[in-house]
Design a protein around this ligand. Structure first.
Ligand SMILES: [Zn+2]
Length: 312
């Protein structure tokens, strides 16, 4: 397996993974989306909310505010020894919000959430949460905790995590160089007489590149074992950290699987396969979700089942 980083900035990383199959690429993607933990607000105590936004709607908006995450100092509530409903300082962070519109209308922003731990602050202070007319106010205490995207997407660290197959086209050295020159940086990598396409849209915008495909499409040149990943962070974690955490988690899961396979252990939920029992000639009503007994004697001679009459 070979990994090449194509670009990295504050919120996005683009890299190539060479020498893996689609199953692995997808496992890595899914781990990034739903297994890498981040901080998000889970519980809220309202002291006051006289805005027109109902408590639960405001709570939902606040829950979706991405928070900068510190994975070193906090643990998942399920892995914490406190066993408390609202957690302890090891597994939660308190943020407070107190906004009152005095004489003028006022907008409540994510930046009004003041954390006890300055490391766990909203990624952007400019996310509007509610508008207040004069005299209205919102006052609350919010508890953020680590969680995973598979429980709620507010805990997913990625705004986008995708991959596409890389493609390779053989040509002559001059054309390869020209194609790379015409393309935006990092889109086409030329290597002597071979060009590697890592961005399909940008490839098609370059006339020299596009002319390489006289017949057929880029699809014919796609490699089944090389993938270009684009991972955009919500801002909770640096993008490269999301990838490295996902690899750690995937590794731990595979180790666990190996241990179980070696020990001949079964998953506790796996039971012997049971064939569904025959329910007889009954119709399932989608409307009520219940089985309806057919008219007349079940299986009586001469009575055709309803689904045959309707031609279904
Ligand atoms: Zn705790």
């Amino acid at each position: 397996m070979k990994v090449t980083v194509l670009s990295l900035n504050e919120d996005t990383i683009k890299f190539i993974v060479d020498g893996v199959d689609t199953a692995f690429a997808n496992a890595l993607r899914r781990t990034m989306v739903s297994e890498v933990p981040t901080m998000a607000i889970e519980d809220i105590f309202y002291y006051d909310n006289t805005s027109v936004v109902p408590d639960e709607v405001l709570a939902h908006r606040i829950g979706l505010v991405p928070l900068k995450t510190d994975l070193e100092h906090y643990r998942l509530p399920s892995e914490c020894d406190c066993d408390a409903d609202l957690g302890c300082p090891k597994c939660r962070v308190t943020l407070s919000l107190n906004v009152k519109a005095e004489d003028e209308r006022k907008t409540v922003y994510s930046g009004d959430l003041v954390p006890v731990d300055p490391a766990i602050t909203p990624v952007s202070p400019y996310i509007p949460l509610a508008k207040l007319a004069s005299g209205q106010s919102v006052s609350l205490e919010a508890y953020a905790q680590l969680g995973k995207g598979h429980n709620h997407t507010k805990w997913s660290p990625v705004a986008m995590a995708i991959y596409q197959n890389a493609a390779e086209i053989k040509t002559d050295a001059a054309t390869a160089a020209k194609c790379a020159e015409e393309s935006p940086k990092g889109v086409v990598l030329s290597k002597k007489d071979t060009i590697k396409v890592v961005d399909v849209q940008a490839f098609n915008r370059s006339p020299t590149c596009a002319s390489l495909l006289k017949e057929g499409s880029l699809k014919d040149h796609m490699k089944g074992d090389e993938f270009v990943f684009t991972v955009e962070s919500t801002g909770a974690l640096p993008p490269e950290r999301i990838v490295s955490e996902a690899v750690k988690i995937l590794n731990a899961k595979l180790e666990e699987l190996k241990r179980k396979v070696d020990a001949g252990e079964l998953h506790e939920e796996i039971k012997d396969f049971e064939a569904p029992t025959e329910v007889g000639r009954r119709l399932y009503s989608i409307g009520s979700g219940e089985f309806e007994e057919e008219e007349g004697e079940e299986g009586a001679a001469g009575s055709e089942p309803k689904y045959d009459e309707q031609g279904n």
